[in-house]
Design a protein around this ligand. Sequence first.
Ligand code: ES4
Ligand code: ZN
Length: 326
Amino acid sequence: APMGDFITGLPKAELHLHIEGSLEPELMFALAERNGVAIPYANIEEIRAAYHFSRLQDFLDIYYAGAAVLLTVRDFHDLAAAYFDRAAADGVVHAEIMFDPQTHTARGVSFDTVITGLLSAMEEAETKHGMTTKLILSFLRHLDEADAFETLEAARPWLDRIAAVGLDSSELGHPPEKFARVFAAARALGLKSVAHAGEEGPPDYVYQALDLLAIDRLDHGNRSLEDPVLVARLARTAMTLTVCPLSNLKLCVVDDMVAHPIDRMLRAGLRATVNSDDPAYFGGYIADNYRAVEAARGLTRADLVTLARNSFLGSFLPDDAVAAHL
Ligand code: ES4
Ligand code: ZN
């Protein structure tokens, strides 16, 4: 398909990717065997068959259970290496990947084990694929503020290799304000910040992420469209939105891909980007996400170029590196 080749060949940055969400059923099964960890599936087909969700929490329950097979430095390396190989094949030349340290420290896997494996795969990807990479430490918002502060403390020896903090997991009932002090502490340490907001949560959560967390980038942000004043502010401030179309479909943030708002976001002047979120769970990597909205919404080549351009503008690369990609 000519448009598919155009999309794959378009150099792009991935800005919204949970590395734990890139754990494919094949690797989950292999790691379960390698580590002697029991998983509630008899085979790979059963794993795939479990991936039907009607809301964010349905997915999160399965995603946290799947992560239980990740134990060693090598496991985290293999997980991330598989993602970088797949992303490179989709034309990703820069990737900013999120990880959820608390998912692992809660199971007795140390912060250092997790980050050592991820960093080694990042270094390898830079050499093997000529791509650049950055790491984002994401706090789990269903846990309390003290747990997030402990996680930030565990990150202290690694701060020169962490670009930003993030905020993910169950959005409803866990507003950004809960983490205002942690984000202020992270900013004081020189970290940038992102937060999931407006995925299931209301526009008020997006205002909180802007005003109380001072985020540099907004993950999802779909429900901002319900508030024209908020849309105007996001456009005026050139806030990057990391939109994830296949995730939106699987988690019922949109009812149908033909109703996806990606082109409305662009027409409203928003700096929207397309990303894969949890590709092993949502049915595709970044080029699949571009193709899905291109097909459903009739995006033009100029729109696709704008989306890819926005991904570099919204990245945490230094200005000269961004300019080299435009
Ligand atoms: C996530 Cl799609 C999504 N939303 C919130 N938290 C997450 N963690 C992993 N994927
Ligand atoms: Zn996400």
